[in-house]
Design a protein around this ligand. Structure first.
Ligand SMILES: [Zn+2]
Ligand SMILES: [Zn+2]
Length: 138
């Protein structure tokens, strides 16, 4: 997403883009996969010698719950604010690399299907969210 400084009017400038999982360089860690491209909305404003970029990203991921191993699908969204110094000869600012890095830093690393997921019984392996098991009384 390349922003032309000249095109930032007094009301700012809006730009939209989509990043594929591959273009983010996200290879899928801990089973987390993006199942939608990341939608990127940028609102860019100029304030003196600084350009402020409000970035909103949203996507959807699938992952396995860290406790019970059930598959989880979850919408994910995040806002970032960047500022860039602008010098007299600056014509463009390129946002992609900053956005890419923030996405990688902010994607969840541990996913639970629910906050108090009971996980799997260490004795018999049943999913304790769904079933009681007999062995926990032994
Ligand atoms: Zn779970
Ligand atoms: Zn059990």
């Amino acid at each position: 997403m390349k922003i032309s400084i000249r095109e930032i009017g007094s009301n700012g400038l809006e730009a939209n883009d989509q990043f594929s999982q591959a273009s983010i360089g996200f290879t899928g860690q801990d089973d987390l996969k993006l199942i939608l491209p990341v939608d990127v909305k940028a609102k860019v404003e100029r304030a003196g010698n600084t350009v402020l970029a409000n970035i909103h990203v949203s996507s959807k991921y699938s992952a396995t719950c860290g406790r019970c191993l059930e598959m989880v699908e979850e919408y994910w969204r995040k806002d970032f604010l960047f500022d860039f110094p602008v010098e007299r000869h600056t014509e463009f600012i390129e946002l992609d690399e900053d956005i890419r890095q923030e996405i990688l830093l902010n994607l969840p690393t541990k996913v639970l299907c629910q906050k108090d997921c009971k996980g799997l019984c260490p004795g018999c392996g049943v999913n304790l969210n769904k079933e009681e098991c007999g062995c926990k009384n032994i």
